[in-house]
Structure formats: C-alpha cells, structure tokens
Design a protein around this ligand. Structure first.
Ligand SMILES: *Cc1c(COP(=O)(O)O)cnc(C)c1O
Length: 394
C-alpha cells in the first residue's frame, strides 16, 4: 500500500484545468491511425471552419498560439516598427509582448473599475488631446510616433465596451484588433467577441475556455488579411517547389493533432461556458452580503464567458488582503491567482507610455481568481466557498 503525508493530488483544486472529453479520443486516434499528425490534415481545416462559424467571421486561420495570432494580426493590419498600439494597462503580458514582437510600442490605457475593461473615455481623451494629425497621420504628441491600432482585450471573458471603442478608433482611422484569448463563447450585443473589430485573436492554451493543448486562431472577415496571415504563418512560400520566399515568414502552424483535440473541444464550448457561468453565479450567491467581497458584473448587453471567476477583496472590510487570502487558500489545497501586474509597472515593458493606470493598480491589489475549471464539482466549489467564508469570519 502506498501512503503519503502529502494530500492526494485529487484533493488539490486547480484554478483552471482542461476538461477533455467528447470526441477527443476519436479524433486524436484518427490522426494517429492515418499518420496525419503534423501541420497538414483535415482537422486543421475542420477546426478553422468551426471556429469561423462560432465567431461569425468569413475566415479563421489556425496558428501555434494566441500570442502568435496577435503577432500576425498586427502585421496583417499594417502595424509597422515604430508605430504605437493602444493596449489596456491590465491584461496578460502576451498582449503587449505581441506588439513588441511586431517592432511597435504599446501605450497602456487604464481600465474602468466596474468591468475591468479598457476605459473608452480614457482612450477617446488620449486620441483627442494626446495626439495630433499631420499629413493625414495620427501621432502621439509626446513620442511623435504614429498611432496605428487599438487592441482591446475581452478580459476574463467579459466583452470590452466595443461600441465606444470602435467609435473612437474609427474617428481616427485606427485599426481595431481584438484580443479574444479569454472570450471564446462571449457575446457583445448578441455578436461574438472577436468579430466586432477588424481582426480577432483566440487562444487555445490549456487554461482557456477550450483548449487544443496549445494553439491560436485569427478570425476576420477580410480575405486578404486571412490569406496574408496564412502566408506569413507558413514561412511565406512563393514557390514551395523551388523554395522561393517573398517575405520573412514564421513557423506558426498548428498541427493536425492539436486541431483534432481543438475540434473536439469546440463541440464542448457551450457546455464549458455554461459551466463557467454556473460556477461564477454560485460564488456570487455565496458571497452575497459578505463584507468586502465584490464580483464583476456583466455589463448591459454583455454575455461573458466567465473564463475565470474573479472577485475584488477589500482588505479593511474583509479583514485580509488578497495575498493573505491566496496563501490561506493554498494551505487548504485550493489554487487561486491574482490578476497580472499592471503593464506600466512591468519591467519587461519599462519606458512605455501610459494613459492613467491607477485603476489597474487598485484592481490588481484587490483581485483574486478562484477555481473555475469546467469540471469543478459542486463539492469542490463548496470547499472553496467554505474556505473563503472561514477567512472572512476569522
Ligand atoms: C492567454 C492569453 C494570451 C496568449 O495566448 P497563448 O495561447 O498562451 O499564447 C494573450 N492574451 C490574453 C489576454 C491571454 O489571456
């Protein structure tokens, strides 16, 4: 008999783990049985068609990760080295990294405190007062760089306020690239996130709403941009036989094996989103009336994927700050996670410009995401809720 003083692995409650099921085994086995395991194959096409249908876009191009999707989206949208791209101050670092991969500069725009999305008022104010136009080119007054694109993120699966963001962007002729890495299944005024701007990017990383093991997708209605993204993602082959290349391309392809898993997960998307929304509602109900705990409500017209159930803890009212809560939960085998360091504070992005950022800092001090896996059982969730309740009472 094996004994251990460590809690059994099954006793740990992870933050967001994949739920593999449905046709995963069948599809992956088909790859293995037929030998189509690499970067060509029927599952890549089927996966792309399914994601395009879900996103309501004409095209979808599968790539190796959400980050590479963002990188290519910036390139096909015409963002050039030295340009500036407006990015929310609160997001996963990959959003800003992709801008740097394209040789451009992120400018960090603060978020609004209620739904934690890029603040459209800050954005409009920056474009109006922080920029000037010369010879038809919009430039940042401080840096004199060309401002080329806005990259809203549907953070935590809540739709960003796209109507005012698009209005501000269109007024100045900026391209709108949606980082929809966390928002597959989310809708804004009935329309899928990722389909509202010029081009959208999705992630199929292991902790996202659905996974391909790893992977990404570019969705757009523009055939020329989709074609260009495909070209760049496959080493920019002009003549594959003669080995001629017309640009500096990338190996950003997704394999048929990953696409097989991804397709099986797309068939479970609705179930996963339902589960995540149910989990979030259960937390919200349990924390109702608990002092110092606030959820993130859905905005009007928004349908959130609720990628992670995130709550804001007020140290004075709740009695502990989010660091202490995080540590106490960890002690009980419950994984939780703060939101990311605001990007204007990031050493990796030192020296970039910012438009505000105080809200992002305050949110970061208070936010903690709780276990949100689609496979989280009621019993597990009860354990999390009891743990939080015990901390509050203490
Ligand atoms: C996960 C994530 C990415 C990156 O996706 P990968 O597939 O991990 O490269 C980009 N932006 C946001 C907001 C994310 O959450």
């Amino acid at each position: 008999m094996v004994t251990s003083s460590e809690p059994a692995l099954s006793a740990l409650i992870p933050l967001a783990e994949p739920s593999v099921g449905g046709n995963a085994w069948n599809y992956v086995r088909e790859c293995l049985d037929t030998g189509w395991v690499s970067s060509a194959g029927a599952f890549v096409d089927r996966f792309e068609r399914t994601v395009a249908a879900e996103s309501g876009t004409r095209r979808a191009v599968a790539v190796a990760s959400g980050t590479s999707a963002l990188h290519l989206a910036l390139l096909v949208a015409g963002v050039e080295p030295g340009d500036e791209v407006l990015v929310p101050a609160l997001t996963f670092v990959a959003t800003a990294n992709a801008v740097r991969h394209a040789g451009a500069w992120p400018v960090f725009v603060d978020v609004e405190p209620r739904h934690l999305q890029m603040d459209p008022a800050r954005l409009a104010d920056f474009l109006e007062r922080g920029c000037y136009r010369r010879d038809g080119v919009l430039r940042n007054r401080t840096t004199r760089r060309r401002v080329r694109a806005v990259m809203p993120v549907h953070l935590l699966g809540h739709p960003a306020p796209m109507a005012p963001i698009l209005e501000a962007a269109r007024r100045d002729g900026l391209v709108v690239i949606e980082d929809g890495a966390e928002s597959l299944g989310a809708r804004y005024r009935g329309r899928p996130c990722g389909s509202l701007g010029d081009v959208g990017c999705i992630s199929f990383n292991g902790n996202k709403v659905v996974t391909a093991g790893g992977g990404g997708m570019i969705v757009t209605n523009r055939d020329d941009w989709a074609d260009r993204a495909r070209y760049l993602s496959t080493q920019a082959k002009d003549d594959p036989v003669e080995g001629r290349h017309g640009a500096i391309g990338f190996n950003y392809r997704l394999t048929n094996l990953q696409a097989a898993l991804g397709l099986s997960q797309m068939e479970l998307l609705e179930r996963h989103v339902c589960a995540k929304r149910r989990i979030c509602r259960a937390y919200e109900r349990a924390f109702e009336g608990m002092p110092g705990v606030a959820g993130i409500p859905e905005a009007e017209g928004a349908f959130a994927s609720r990628w992670l159930s995130t709550f804001l803890f007020d140290e004075r009212e709740f009695g502990r700050d989010r660091r202490a809560i995080h540590a106490a939960l960890a002690g009980r085998g419950i994984e939780s996670r703060p939101l990311w360091e605001p990007l204007h504070r990031s050493r990796a992005h030192e020296g970039c410009e910012r438009v505000g950022g105080e809200v992002a800092e305050e949110v970061c001090r208070r936010a903690l995401s709780l276990p949100s896996s689609p496979g989280l059982t009621e019993e597990q969730q009860l354990r999390v809720i009891e743990a939080v309740r015990a901390l509050c009472a203490a």
